[in-house]
Design a protein around this ligand. Structure first.
Ligand code: HEM
Length: 399
């Protein structure tokens, strides 16, 4: 007996020494190895999705806790065509207007980051609450009409069944796929909130001028580690950004009257021609840090105003297959657009993932898929909590 126990202890010690143990939400688990432990920039780390899509599926099924109210194919009996309708409609929207993809991915992030994926960002103001849409970080969000249009089709097929929160996560997944990103499995059964959280959106959504400390703190309180946070930023390899959000880096960084030294000089020149100085640029150097005022998001609206718009994909630089990767390569060349983007290279714990994703597209795709699944499942309402709205912009009338 003593021999068996001794063997067990030795085996456990070897495993701990090799993999390390870390504490994660009340559980001890083997830590993920960081890329700096391995040779070069290539990261042959075994990700859950290393082999093929079957592995990805099996991991997902294993992880499903039966007591958890989200289920795979939740609408199988109640609305069997729901997922197919969402997929088809997103493909049609994308064919007509590819910019719909980044808009929906950003919409998902802004919904899930504030009190979870409950479609609260879709609500208009009513007599009992203000709308999250009015919060400065949300004023340039787009894609509400797309979600509403899909929801209205679902209502005609199976009234009162499919939640707006599920429509949004499934639509965003299809958008990722359309934009050249990876597929990831999603459980469904989310419910919609009965309130919106405007003040929290103002306070908690990081500013484009947020420091790495603020970024990590905000993502960290939602359970995202450095690796997951960096991988999510890969979404910034598609879509557009208004000049307002990085103009200070071109003209007057931190009140110096000079450009940001962390911005490549060639890119500075290029951007200056596209973003001539505007007085509406956020006041640089003020408020960077935890108490960043929401007004640093300015008042950019979806109408755009006079503000120029920059294509974050640089015309799909590197090709479709480089969804994500091109973003990290640009960061390594000091070509991040927003201050917050470039901050990912400002600290070793995040920079090592930037380096890894810049050189290993497959690693990025697997990590991005896992992080998007995690984001889509963040703090959801299920079972008796919440409701299924019939119109995504309005809570159900009280009886
Ligand atoms: C610190 C974190 C982040 C900040 C400060 C930030 C900020 C911004 C800003 C200012 C824009 C430009 C909006 C405009 O000009 O209209 C933008 C665009 C975008 N963001 Fe982020 N973002 C962050 C994280 C994320 C994450 C985690 C995702 C997704 C997982 C994401 C997805 C996108 C997408 C796809 C766009 C393009 C939207 C479009 O073209 O319609 N962002 N972001």
């Amino acid at each position: 007996m003593r021999f068996i126990v001794t063997c067990f202890v030795i085996a456990l010690s070897v495993l701990i020494a090799y993999y390390g143990l870390e504490y994660d939400h009340g559980f001890l688990r083997f830590a993920q190895r960081s890329p700096k432990n391995l040779t070069g920039v290539k990261v042959p780390e075994k990700s859950p999705f290393d082999d093929d899509e079957d592995d990805l599926m099996s991991l997902y099924m294993e992880d499903s806790d039966q007591s958890y109210s989200l289920h795979y194919d939740f609408y199988q009996d109640s609305c069997p065509t729901a997922e197919r309708i969402i997929t088809k409609r997103i493909r049609e929207f994308y064919a007509a207007k590819p910019s719909v993809a980044p808009s929906l991915i950003r919409l998902l992030f802004h919904d899930c980051f504030i009190e979870g994926c409950d479609a609260s960002v879709l609500l208009d103001a009513d007599e009992s609450f203000a709308s999250e849409k009015e919060a400065p970080p949300n004023q340039s969000l787009k894609g509400f009409d797309v979600i509403e249009s899909i929801k209205s089709e679902l209502e005609s097929v199976c009234p009162g069944v499919v939640s707006c929160a599920d429509v949004l996560v499934l639509a965003a997944r299809e958008a990722v796929l359309m934009a050249g990103g990876p597929f990831y499995p999603l459980e469904t059964g989310r419910k919609d909130s009965v309130v919106a959280f405007k003040e929290m959106a103002e306070r908690e959504l990081p500013s484009p001028q947020a420091t790495i400390s603020v970024i990590l703190a905000r993502f960290g309180t939602r359970g995202f580690n450095e690796r997951e946070t960096v991988s999510l930023f890969g979404a910034h390899s598609i879509g557009t950004t208004h000049c307002t959000f990085f103009e200070d880096r071109l003209y007057n960084f931190s009140g110096t009257g000079k450009p940001d030294p962390e911005l490549d000089t060639g890119l500075q020149q290029e951007l200056k021609t596209k973003c001539p100085f505007s007085a509406s640029a956020p006041s640089p150097g003020t408020g960077v840090g935890p108490s960043m005022p929401a007004s640093d998001y300015g008042t950019v609206s979806s109408a755009g105003g006079n503000d120029g718009v920059i294509d974050m994909s640089y015309n799909n630089e590197g090709g479709e297959e480089n969804f994500g990767t091109r973003y990290y390569r640009r960061l390594m060349q000091k070509k991040g657009l927003m201050y917050a983007d470039q901050q990912l290279t400002g600290r070793e714990e995040t920079e090592m993932w930037v380096r890894a994703y810049a050189s290993d597209t497959q690693l990025f795709r697997r990590d991005f898929a896992t992080s998007m699944m995690k984001l889509s499942n963040y703090h959801v309402l299920t079972g008796p909590l919440g409701q299924v709205r019939t119109t995504c912009s309005k809570v159900l009338p009280k009886n």
